[in-house]
Design a protein. Structure first.
Length: 177
């Protein structure tokens, strides 16, 4: 075992805040006496460019002279008490119902945080899939970028296909393996 492996520990916590434009944020946990630095590069290695405030997170951390830092994201969970909002399109589904839907590989067409929505294209299908900002938030994301690869759980709404959950491509690929 290397010296680095000996000092790393697995920590469960919640995202206090994360700002993609600053490139970092912080995690709070009962397992540490101070906030844990979460750098954008560590989050990107997990396959996400952002993470929602309040999202549950499991990370490997390392104590440095500058404090406790996340070195690897292991898992991200939606914020506690999150209900996936489907509005008038369908009755609200609970998490267990959503998890029975297949994950479909997609690429973000565009997402505008200010407008509160965006669209993605599922591989092999011509129609767009609507992504609402609240679905993004309860999936553990703060934002999406054009061209980003994701996996979506989708329902058929009155106006077409809409995402009810967004999963990072890397996390979806790990779950399949």
């Amino acid at each position: 075992m290397t010296e680095d492996e000996e000092v790393m520990q697995l920590v469960h916590g919640r995202v206090k805040w994360f700002d993609p434009s600053k490139g970092f944020g912080f995690i709070v946990s009962e397992h540490t006496d101070s906030d844990i630095l979460l750098h954008a590069n560590v989050l990107r290695n997990f396959g996400q460019g952002s993470v929602a405030d309040g999202a549950g997170i499991v990370v490997r951390v390392q104590r440095t002279q500058r404090g406790v830092q996340a070195v690897e994201v292991v898992r991200i969970d939606p914020p506690e008490g999150a209900v996936f909002p489907l509005g008038e399109e369908a009755s609200e589904l609970v998490g267990e119902d959503i998890l029975t839907l297949a994950l479909e590989p997609a690429r973000v067409k565009w997402f505008d945080k200010g407008k509160g929505f965006g669209f993605a294209n599922v591989f092999g299908r011509p129609e767009d899939v609507f992504i609402h900002a609240e679905v993004l938030r309860v999936s553990g994301f703060a934002d999406l970028t054009a061209g980003e690869a994701v996996a979506l759980r989708i329902i058929e709404g009155r106006r077409g296909r809409m995402a009810v959950q967004v999963v990072s491509w890397e996390a979806a690929a790990r779950d399949v393996s």
